[in-house]
Design a protein around this ligand. Structure first.
Ligand SMILES: C[S@@+](CC[C@H](N)C(=O)[O-])C[C@H]1O[C@@H](n2cnc3c(N)ncnc32)[C@H](O)[C@@H]1O
Length: 228
Protein backbone atom coordinates (compact mmCIF):
# COMPACT_ATOMS: atom_id res chain seq x y z
CA UNK A 1 0.00 0.00 0.00
CA UNK A 2 1.24 3.51 -0.76
CA UNK A 3 2.07 5.94 2.00
CA UNK A 4 1.42 9.23 0.23
CA UNK A 5 3.83 11.91 1.30
CA UNK A 6 2.76 15.49 1.86
CA UNK A 7 5.70 16.96 -0.09
CA UNK A 8 3.86 18.83 -2.76
CA UNK A 9 0.19 18.36 -3.39
CA UNK A 10 0.78 18.73 -7.12
CA UNK A 11 3.31 15.92 -7.10
CA UNK A 12 1.99 12.54 -8.20
CA UNK A 13 3.90 9.98 -6.08
CA UNK A 14 1.91 7.01 -7.39
CA UNK A 15 2.62 8.05 -10.98
CA UNK A 16 6.30 8.63 -10.25
CA UNK A 17 6.68 5.20 -8.63
CA UNK A 18 4.94 3.50 -11.56
CA UNK A 19 7.10 5.40 -14.05
CA UNK A 20 10.38 4.59 -12.34
CA UNK A 21 9.72 0.98 -11.28
CA UNK A 22 7.26 -0.23 -13.97
CA UNK A 23 6.29 -3.85 -13.44
CA UNK A 24 8.67 -4.07 -10.46
CA UNK A 25 6.51 -1.57 -8.52
CA UNK A 26 5.37 -4.29 -6.06
CA UNK A 27 9.05 -4.96 -5.19
CA UNK A 28 9.65 -1.23 -4.65
CA UNK A 29 6.58 -1.14 -2.39
CA UNK A 30 7.94 -4.12 -0.45
CA UNK A 31 11.26 -2.29 0.02
CA UNK A 32 9.49 0.87 1.14
CA UNK A 33 7.44 -1.16 3.63
CA UNK A 34 10.54 -2.98 4.87
CA UNK A 35 12.46 0.26 5.48
CA UNK A 36 9.48 1.74 7.33
CA UNK A 37 9.13 -1.31 9.59
CA UNK A 38 12.27 -3.48 9.88
CA UNK A 39 14.61 -0.68 8.83
CA UNK A 40 13.38 1.58 11.63
CA UNK A 41 13.14 -1.24 14.20
CA UNK A 42 16.75 -2.27 13.49
CA UNK A 43 17.99 1.33 13.71
CA UNK A 44 18.94 1.56 10.02
CA UNK A 45 16.55 4.38 9.15
CA UNK A 46 15.51 7.23 11.42
CA UNK A 47 11.78 7.23 12.23
CA UNK A 48 11.56 10.84 11.02
CA UNK A 49 12.51 9.65 7.52
CA UNK A 50 9.42 7.45 7.19
CA UNK A 51 7.07 10.14 5.81
CA UNK A 52 9.60 10.99 3.10
CA UNK A 53 10.92 7.57 2.19
CA UNK A 54 9.70 7.72 -1.41
CA UNK A 55 10.97 11.20 -2.23
CA UNK A 56 14.22 11.49 -0.29
CA UNK A 57 15.28 7.87 -0.43
CA UNK A 58 13.68 5.26 -2.70
CA UNK A 59 12.84 7.36 -5.79
CA UNK A 60 15.70 9.77 -5.25
CA UNK A 61 18.10 6.81 -5.49
CA UNK A 62 16.31 4.82 -8.22
CA UNK A 63 16.57 7.68 -10.73
CA UNK A 64 20.34 7.11 -10.74
CA UNK A 65 19.41 4.46 -13.32
CA UNK A 66 19.29 7.29 -15.87
CA UNK A 67 23.11 7.36 -15.70
CA UNK A 68 23.66 3.59 -15.97
CA UNK A 69 23.87 1.84 -19.33
CA UNK A 70 22.02 -1.35 -20.32
CA UNK A 71 23.54 -4.45 -18.69
CA UNK A 72 26.25 -2.57 -16.79
CA UNK A 73 27.66 -3.87 -13.51
CA UNK A 74 27.33 -1.64 -10.43
CA UNK A 75 29.05 -1.73 -7.04
CA UNK A 76 27.30 0.29 -4.33
CA UNK A 77 29.79 1.29 -1.63
CA UNK A 78 28.49 1.76 1.93
CA UNK A 79 24.93 0.68 1.17
CA UNK A 80 23.65 0.89 4.73
CA UNK A 81 19.99 -0.09 4.42
CA UNK A 82 20.44 -0.46 0.64
CA UNK A 83 20.61 3.08 -0.68
CA UNK A 84 21.10 3.73 -3.55
CA UNK A 85 21.86 0.13 -4.66
CA UNK A 86 18.55 -1.56 -3.86
CA UNK A 87 16.19 0.93 -5.57
CA UNK A 88 18.54 0.98 -8.57
CA UNK A 89 18.49 -2.82 -8.80
CA UNK A 90 14.69 -2.87 -8.50
CA UNK A 91 14.23 -0.25 -11.23
CA UNK A 92 16.83 -1.86 -13.51
CA UNK A 93 16.59 -5.67 -13.67
CA UNK A 94 19.18 -5.65 -16.49
CA UNK A 95 21.87 -4.28 -14.16
CA UNK A 96 23.84 -6.43 -11.68
CA UNK A 97 24.34 -4.64 -8.37
CA UNK A 98 26.79 -5.62 -5.63
CA UNK A 99 26.17 -3.98 -2.25
CA UNK A 100 29.35 -3.48 -0.17
CA UNK A 101 28.66 -2.85 3.50
CA UNK A 102 31.03 -3.52 6.43
CA UNK A 103 28.58 -3.56 9.32
CA UNK A 104 27.13 -6.96 10.20
CA UNK A 105 23.65 -5.75 11.21
CA UNK A 106 23.29 -3.85 7.95
CA UNK A 107 24.62 -6.60 5.70
CA UNK A 108 22.31 -9.13 7.40
CA UNK A 109 19.30 -6.85 6.79
CA UNK A 110 20.30 -6.45 3.13
CA UNK A 111 20.75 -10.20 2.61
CA UNK A 112 17.41 -10.96 4.28
CA UNK A 113 15.53 -8.36 2.23
CA UNK A 114 17.09 -9.44 -1.06
CA UNK A 115 16.19 -13.09 -0.38
CA UNK A 116 12.68 -12.26 0.86
CA UNK A 117 11.71 -10.59 -2.44
CA UNK A 118 13.87 -12.74 -4.74
CA UNK A 119 15.96 -9.84 -6.02
CA UNK A 120 18.29 -12.01 -8.09
CA UNK A 121 20.32 -9.16 -9.62
CA UNK A 122 21.74 -8.17 -6.20
CA UNK A 123 24.71 -9.62 -4.29
CA UNK A 124 25.67 -8.53 -0.77
CA UNK A 125 29.35 -8.41 0.19
CA UNK A 126 30.29 -7.68 3.78
CA UNK A 127 33.46 -5.60 3.93
CA UNK A 128 35.09 -2.24 3.46
CA UNK A 129 35.47 -0.90 -0.06
CA UNK A 130 39.23 -0.46 0.31
CA UNK A 131 39.96 -3.99 1.61
CA UNK A 132 42.17 -5.94 -0.76
CA UNK A 133 39.78 -8.92 -0.69
CA UNK A 134 36.81 -6.73 -1.59
CA UNK A 135 38.71 -4.98 -4.40
CA UNK A 136 39.61 -8.40 -5.80
CA UNK A 137 36.06 -9.74 -5.48
CA UNK A 138 34.08 -6.81 -6.89
CA UNK A 139 36.64 -4.74 -8.83
CA UNK A 140 36.39 -3.98 -12.55
CA UNK A 141 32.79 -2.73 -12.34
CA UNK A 142 31.33 -0.38 -14.94
CA UNK A 143 29.93 1.93 -12.25
CA UNK A 144 30.51 2.52 -8.53
CA UNK A 145 27.73 4.31 -6.65
CA UNK A 146 27.50 5.77 -3.16
CA UNK A 147 25.45 8.08 -0.96
CA UNK A 148 26.43 9.72 2.33
CA UNK A 149 29.56 7.61 2.78
CA UNK A 150 32.58 9.98 2.84
CA UNK A 151 33.92 13.31 1.56
CA UNK A 152 34.63 13.23 -2.18
CA UNK A 153 38.41 12.67 -2.06
CA UNK A 154 38.17 9.75 0.36
CA UNK A 155 35.26 8.38 -1.62
CA UNK A 156 37.33 8.50 -4.81
CA UNK A 157 40.18 6.63 -3.07
CA UNK A 158 37.72 3.88 -2.20
CA UNK A 159 35.62 3.92 -5.37
CA UNK A 160 38.03 4.35 -8.29
CA UNK A 161 39.97 1.10 -7.65
CA UNK A 162 36.66 -0.77 -7.97
CA UNK A 163 35.83 0.60 -11.40
CA UNK A 164 37.33 -0.35 -14.78
CA UNK A 165 39.20 2.24 -16.84
CA UNK A 166 36.45 4.09 -18.71
CA UNK A 167 33.93 3.27 -15.97
CA UNK A 168 32.30 5.86 -13.70
CA UNK A 169 32.00 6.77 -10.09
CA UNK A 170 28.52 8.21 -9.31
CA UNK A 171 28.23 9.83 -5.88
CA UNK A 172 24.88 11.18 -4.68
CA UNK A 173 25.93 14.40 -3.00
CA UNK A 174 22.89 16.69 -2.89
CA UNK A 175 23.56 20.38 -2.35
CA UNK A 176 27.28 19.93 -1.57
CA UNK A 177 28.08 18.46 -5.02
CA UNK A 178 29.55 21.53 -6.76
CA UNK A 179 31.41 22.65 -3.65
CA UNK A 180 33.03 19.21 -3.17
CA UNK A 181 34.15 19.14 -6.80
CA UNK A 182 35.70 22.61 -6.49
CA UNK A 183 37.52 21.57 -3.31
CA UNK A 184 38.73 18.12 -4.43
CA UNK A 185 39.19 18.45 -8.22
CA UNK A 186 43.01 18.40 -8.11
CA UNK A 187 43.10 15.41 -5.74
CA UNK A 188 40.66 13.45 -7.89
CA UNK A 189 42.68 14.19 -11.01
CA UNK A 190 45.77 12.80 -9.25
CA UNK A 191 43.75 9.69 -8.39
CA UNK A 192 43.03 9.09 -12.08
CA UNK A 193 39.56 10.65 -12.37
CA UNK A 194 38.46 12.76 -15.32
CA UNK A 195 35.26 14.28 -16.74
CA UNK A 196 34.35 15.47 -13.27
CA UNK A 197 30.89 17.06 -13.26
CA UNK A 198 27.61 17.43 -11.42
CA UNK A 199 24.76 15.69 -13.21
CA UNK A 200 21.10 15.93 -12.26
CA UNK A 201 18.75 13.04 -12.67
CA UNK A 202 15.07 12.42 -12.00
CA UNK A 203 13.97 15.89 -13.15
CA UNK A 204 10.96 14.39 -14.95
CA UNK A 205 9.67 12.46 -11.94
CA UNK A 206 10.90 14.14 -8.74
CA UNK A 207 9.94 17.49 -7.19
CA UNK A 208 13.68 18.04 -6.55
CA UNK A 209 16.11 16.28 -8.93
CA UNK A 210 18.99 14.21 -7.54
CA UNK A 211 22.45 15.84 -7.77
CA UNK A 212 25.20 13.37 -8.59
CA UNK A 213 28.95 13.86 -8.80
CA UNK A 214 30.10 11.90 -11.82
CA UNK A 215 33.75 11.07 -12.54
CA UNK A 216 35.27 8.73 -15.10
CA UNK A 217 38.28 6.59 -14.34
CA UNK A 218 40.54 7.79 -17.12
CA UNK A 219 43.84 6.18 -16.20
CA UNK A 220 45.39 3.21 -14.53
CA UNK A 221 46.56 4.48 -11.21
CA UNK A 222 48.29 2.73 -8.36
CA UNK A 223 46.03 3.48 -5.40
CA UNK A 224 47.43 3.38 -1.90
CA UNK A 225 47.39 -0.18 -0.61
CA UNK A 226 46.94 -1.68 -4.08
CA UNK A 227 49.59 -4.12 -5.28
CA UNK A 228 51.31 -3.59 -8.61
C1 LIG B 1 25.71 7.31 6.59
S1 LIG B 1 25.63 5.66 6.07
C2 LIG B 1 24.82 5.82 4.49
C3 LIG B 1 24.12 4.55 4.09
C4 LIG B 1 23.42 4.62 2.73
N1 LIG B 1 24.37 4.76 1.65
C5 LIG B 1 22.41 5.72 2.71
O1 LIG B 1 22.58 6.68 1.96
O2 LIG B 1 21.41 5.63 3.44
C6 LIG B 1 27.31 5.28 5.61
C7 LIG B 1 27.55 3.81 5.36
O3 LIG B 1 28.85 3.63 4.82
C8 LIG B 1 29.40 2.47 5.41
N2 LIG B 1 30.86 2.59 5.30
C9 LIG B 1 31.69 3.36 6.05
N3 LIG B 1 32.97 3.18 5.67
C10 LIG B 1 32.95 2.30 4.64
C11 LIG B 1 33.97 1.71 3.81
N4 LIG B 1 35.24 2.01 3.98
N5 LIG B 1 33.57 0.86 2.85
C12 LIG B 1 32.27 0.56 2.66
N6 LIG B 1 31.29 1.07 3.43
C13 LIG B 1 31.61 1.93 4.39
C14 LIG B 1 28.87 2.48 6.83
O4 LIG B 1 28.92 1.21 7.45
C15 LIG B 1 27.45 2.97 6.62
O5 LIG B 1 26.54 1.92 6.42
Amino acid sequence: MFHVEPVDEQWDVVGAVARVFGERTPVAEAYHASLASDGVARGLIGPREVPRLWTRHVLNCAVLGELVGVGETVVDVGSGAGLPGVPLAIARPDVRVTLVEPLLRRSVYLQEFVESVGLTNVTVVRGRAEQAGVVKEVGGADVVTSRAVAPLEKLARWSLPLVRVGGRMLALKGSSAAEEIARDRAALTRLGAGRLEVVECGAAVLPVPTAVVSAERVAHHRHRGQRR
